[in-house]
Ligand binder design. Structure first.
Ligand code: FES
Length: 311
C-alpha cells in the first residue's frame, strides 16, 4: 500500500501498487477487488470486496475507499486499524458485475460509501457524453466521500440529500417519469435498493442495476437436499440440507474457486446446464437470475431435486 488519506471521519482512501512496480491488471468501471485482510494463524483470514474508485486508464495503482463500519463483520475495521503505508496485501484481480450498460440516460443513486463504484461509472458516462445525474444520500455532507471532487467536476448534476436534516429521501418521487432508455445504478443499503427497484419497476424501458453491501436475507427459506451432476467429470454428488454446493464440491476434491462464501463477490460463479434454481446471491441481476445460466454455488441451491453444472 503506497498511500492512505482520510476522506471523511469514517472513510479512508487506500492506494495500492504492485510490490515490483509493474502494471496492475486492467479493469472497467464498476469493478471490485478482494482484499485479503488478516494473517492466517494470527487471526481469522478475512476476504472482503471493495469497489475500485480510481481511473481505469492508470494501471500503476488501484484505489479503494473503506468505511470503517461498512460491513460490520470486521474487515473494514481491520483495514482501518491495521493498514499503514508500506503494508503488503494480497488482492484478487478485478471482477465486474456492475458494468455500465448502453443507455440513453443514466441516473446514479449512491448511499454513503456506495459512492465508490459510482465515481468511475460516472466518469465513463460523462466520457460517453450521455445525460446523467447523481443522487448522493448520506447523513450529512460531511459524511459524503468524494463530494468536493464530484461537485467541482460536475456541478449541478450532483444532487445531495442529507438524511439527518431532510429525512428519508422519497425515491419514488425522485425517480418518477424517467425518460425511456434510462439505466439507474444504485449502490447503498438494502432499503435504498428496494426503493429504487420499486420506483423503476413499472416504468417503460427503465432498468435498475444494483450493488449490495450486505448479504441477501434468505428469510425462512428451508433447505432441501438435492443431487448435483457434474457435466464434464460425470460425477454425481449429494448436497445435504446443511451444506452448500461449494462445501460438497470441496469435500469431494473438485476445484472450485471461492472468496466471500456469502454470495457477494461472484468468485464461485458456475455455469448451469439444467435444474431449477433458488438464487440467494447479491451478484446476479434479477434478469441474470431468471436466465438460470449460472449460479453462485456458495449460497444458491436447487429446488428441482437435481442440478447439472458445467464442472
Ligand atoms: S464465493 Fe463469493 S459469491 Fe460465492
Amino acid at each position: 500500500m503506497i498511500a492512505r488519506r482520510p476522506l471523511t471521519d469514517r472513510v479512508d482512501e487506500f492506494t495500492l501498487a504492485a510490490t515490483d512496480g509493474s502494471q496492475l491488471p486492467g479493469w472497467t468501471p464498476g469493478s471490485h477487488i478482494d482484499l485479503v485482510l488478516g494473517s492466517p494463524g494470527v487471526r481469522e483470514r478475512l476476504v472482503r470486496q471493495y469497489s475500485l474508485c480510481s481511473d481505469p486508464a492508470d494501471l500503476s495503482t488501484y484505489t479503494v475507499a473503506i468505511d470503517r463500519h461498512r460491513d460490520g463483520r470486521g474487515g473494514s475495521q481491520y483495514a482501518h486499524d491495521t493498514l499503514a503505508v508500506g503494508a503488503t496485501l494480497t488482492i484478487s484481480a478485478p471482477r465486474n458485475h456492475f458494468q455500465l450498460t448502453r443507455a440513453l440516460h443514466y441516473v446514479f443513486v449512491a448511499g454513503g460509501i456506495g459512492i465508490t463504484p459510482m465515481v468511475p461509472l460516472i466518469a465513463q458516462a460523462q466520457a460517453a457524453s450521455r445525460p446523467w445525474r447523481l443522487i448522493y444520500v448520506a447523513k450529512t455532507r460531511a459524511d459524503m466521500a468524494y463530494l468536493d471532487e464530484l461537485t467541482q467536476l460536475y456541478g449541478e448534476r450532483v444532487s445531495v440529500h442529507e438524511s439527518a436534516h431532510d429525512g428519508r429521501l422519497d425515491l419514488a418521487e425522485s425517480l418518477s417519469d424517467l425518460p425511456r432508455g434510462t439505466a439507474v445504478y444504485v449502490c447503498g443499503p438494502a432499503t435504498m435498493i428496494a426503493d429504487v427497484e420499486a420506483a423503476c419497476a413499472d416504468q417503460v424501458a427503465v432498468d435498475a442495476f444494483f450493488e449490495r453491501f450486505t448479504v441477501v436475507d434468505t428469510g425462512d427459506r428451508v433447505n432441501q437436499p438435492f443431487e448435483v451432476a457434474l457435466a464434464y467429470s460425470g460425477d454425481t454428488l449429494t448436497v445435504p440440507a446443511d451444506k452448500s454446493i461449494l462445501e460438497v464440491l470441496e469435500d469431494n476434491g473438485v476445484l472450485a474457486p471461492s472468496s466471500c462464501r456469502e454470495g457477494m463477490c461472484g468468485t464461485c460463479e458456475v455455469g448451469v446446464v439444467s435444474g431449477e434454481l433458488d438464487h440467494r446471491d447479491s451478484v446476479l441481476t434479477p434478469e441474470e437470475q431468471s436466465e438460470n445460466e449460472s449460479m453462485m454455488v456458495c449460497v444458491s441451491r436447487c429446488t428441482s431435486g437435481r442440478l447439472v453444472l458445467e464442472l
